[in-house]
Design a protein around this ligand. Sequence first.
Ligand code: PEP
Ligand code: MG
Length: 576
Amino acid sequence: MKLTGLGVSPGIGIGRALVVTRGIRSLRFRIPDRRIDAELERLDAARGRSREQIRQIKERIAAALGGDHAYLFDAQLLMLDDPMLVDRAAAIVRDERLNAESALQRALDEVSALFDRMDDPYLRERKGDVADVVGRLCTNLASGGDPADLFRDVEGPLVLVSDELSPSLIAQLDFQRLAGFVTDAGSWTYHTAILARSIHVPAVAGVRNASGAVAPGALLAVDGSSGEVLVDPPADVLRELEARSQKRRAYEQSFDEYGALPAVTMDGTPIRIEANVELPEEAVRARQRGAEGIGLYRSEFLLAGTGAAGLDEDAQYRVYRRLLEAMAGGRVTVRTFDVSEAQLGLSHPGDGEPSRTPLGLRGLRLSLSFDDVFQAQLRALLRAAVHGSLRVMFPFVTGVEELRAARAAVTQARESLRARGMSVPDVPIGIMIEVPSAALTIDLLASEADFVSIGTNDLIQYTLAVDRTDDRVSRMYEPLHPAILRVLRQVAKGAGRRGVPVSVCGEMAADPVLVPLLTGLGLREFSMSPAAIPVVKQVVRGIRIADTVRLATRALKAATAADVEKVLADSLATVK
Ligand code: PEP
Ligand code: MG
């Protein structure tokens, strides 16, 4: 069987399917033989706990509402002992080596199908009661439900098949055991895709109903470049895929040597190459791949891994210090939390329903309205600053007022540290340019910021009014749209005139085909996922600034994205 979707993280991964749906509330996988007895005991214990709970519920209802209302729970108690439910699930565990949750789900499906065929509407309605009992059994089976335990009982490399995948779930998993991701959801949020690419796990999204169609334990081959997922492929196909995967790795490794070389153009212009990092442990790899510094540490990933514990000042201080030390003097740019209110897990004081739109309370706006959270992060950053070369960057800035407010918050954090008797070094303060209003006022912002970094991921979607996570319009997300080229040119010029360093840290910077164009538009600093660094360095070492300026001039005259693409394609031979 072949499933198709959208490749969102390249490479080929082969492993056994672990099906995770509804967050992690439903896990389906195949268990090893040696675990069968333990799984049956788990099922039985869940039945015992459920029986006890239902008895208690029955007593409470009988006491509060009378015995007439309690009969429902007698029916549920009988269901627990019905051979078609838990006993049937036990047989599935034994015969098919499925985990207890999977087996219960199957037994429920079988019983439900039986109820559907019944003529009596009263009996048909009992289907809901069976589902209720199975839900309770599954809750009682959950062993705390910690995603970190997810792989404990499963063997070999795994492909996570899921209805949707959050960055926080990925962040908690054992990356070594992950061979691929397959999701039903049409398109991924940036952060999930970015994280998959950072940890080099091939991924295919938008495979409608993969989580329903793929059997737990099936052998999957995920091609994150073509967007294809093969289910139980024949041995010869598998061999061919493994060979392709090895070839791809060898090809990637062939660029590795460029990581150690300086990124200087053929005519002697140095280009600064830094890394985007989501997890502190990636810093070491970033250096190995040739990053001069960290151009973007997405600090909100602290929250993805640990939840609200990540807000603690000391916990943050340790992470920032670790990053700075790992870079051994190399510059580290930490972006303050770029999350929405819901992701922060706090609600805004005085507000009823929190805003859930990407244009709502997020990024710097959110930090400015949660003073305690913002101050704790700024204090942690300023304390860490003594351990290396730190820069602080604010996300989602829309104008000068916000930058001023953020600077005032830094001053406040500095003063509270002084009051603790600490001395704090000066730290450059910069902003992301990812909202059109910031790009259009670059001259004003650059007069008050120490540096700026262009976040093309958001800048493109807000300039073009295209939600990249909406698969009905994501095709229109076009980095080569003439409007994007102009806005990049304007920001490069505006910042350059005021002598303010400007970098690009969105995904455009990681695309080797676009690097000559960006250079021609006047950009000299790029930050990207560590994996992309060697290839980009190789491109940089093969270009001349004068050629790239000519290329950019031609591209800026093109009327459509397709025309810009043609300009790039035509020039590839000459630029090299
Ligand atoms: C961007 O918007 O380009 C960016 C780098 O930030 P993020 O991808 O985290 O939104
Ligand atoms: Mg952004």
